[in-house]
Design a protein around this ligand. Sequence first.
Ligand SMILES: [Zn+2]
Length: 96
Amino acid sequence: MSLDNETVEKLGNSILSIASVLRKIQGRQSEALDMLENIGTSIINDPTTLPRLAPYGYCQDCGKLGSNRERSPNGDTTCSAGHKYPSTAALETPKP
Ligand SMILES: [Zn+2]
């Protein structure tokens, strides 16, 4: 199996994303693991785009990563702690 240059570049960028996650979240391992799972899922579901660190944003209640999103336009997102909220209310950055 050989990889073309584009694939190698995406792979490299994904690894850099993972490294930046680990660097950013020292001491917050469970959140880092959530982010890594999201990165892996992004790569598997859509290998043509670079994974975003938080494709579903963050919970408006507890600030954890959104882990599941309904596909309808007015669908809800569920965070990794189980809160359910409108997808449009998801935060783009984690709560401090
Ligand atoms: Zn939550």
